[in-house]
Design a protein around this ligand. Sequence first.
Ligand code: IPM
Ligand code: MG
Length: 357
Amino acid sequence: MKKIAVLPGDGIGKEVTEEAVKVLKKVVENSQEEFEIEQAPVGGTAYDLTGTPLPEATLNLAKESDAVLLGAVGGLKWESLDYSVRPERALLGLRKELNLYCNLRPAKVFPALASASSLKEEIISGTDIMVVRELVGGIYFGEPKGVDTLPDGTQKGYNTLVYTTPEIERIAHSAFQTARLRDKRVVSVDKANVLECTELWRNVVIKVHKEHYSDIELSHMYVDNAAMQLVRSPKQFDVIVTTNMFGDILSDIASMLTGSIGMLPSASLCGTKGMYEPVHGSAPDIAGQNKANPIATILSVAMMLKYSFAMEKEAEAIEKAVEGVLNDGLRTIDIASGSSQETLGTVEMGEEILKRL
Ligand code: IPM
Ligand code: MG
């Protein structure tokens, strides 16, 4: 028996996870393995219910599950709350508590959507990048951090960028192993010309490469250049490995190459244990209107089947079904090319994908 925790969260999170769970149930219907699915609140929704965005019961459910499917968290309603109880804290808490250090964010252009990107089609078509983002270290979690008031009444805000050798080694291994199943090229992104911490990053990545991965091509890029290269000529990249904050920024850039952030899944892993979520947020502006694109969450289920349950065939079936709807010209509003095109709602898109499974 495998256990899956479903944490819909806020805004469109509820709508998109509902469709994704239907897809999940359908593809595992005939499998040997039995799946138990349990839901729990997270984010602002959990805060409203319990006073904390990551209730003990939700965290425990996530811990005892083999995989977690998360919708999205956050919304205007909770933006003025203290940092410690903001919906985003739940995400960071889950990542840290489950030690999900390896974040995989694919940015792959679907041929049918190549014209939906804000960049020229000839630049982005054929792009297939995997961003491997370190997820439980770096400046997001480094100590000391805070905002202090100084004796003269002015204030000082600070965070700490810190990485240890083992933290860099394990994410480097993840990146090289990921590359081995792809085009065998890794670009490690740092700011080694300015930040000592990322000079260490570079040196450790070089060492891991030298000792274990002579079959993989490794190169290095400063983060500013990487940002530029991503929009200048994205096809040069296969795997990008980088720190928590650089990965946050670069994965958003990479997402726009594909036309819509509504298409991108992600996996946050520690071994086969993983949390799977769409890259997009809770989109409060369209929540509850059956407008959200469920594809990113549905593709997150495909990643779950692949990375947590070694069910490659089922994962591929989902990817094929998604390609099918796109090739048939079906679109949610975020990926529709013109105002004239008829669009599908969240539920209808989910149904079309189910039909093709
Ligand atoms: C992401 C998001 C999060 C992050 C926020 C919501 C905490 O931007 O997953 O990329 O910065 O990691
Ligand atoms: Mg981000």
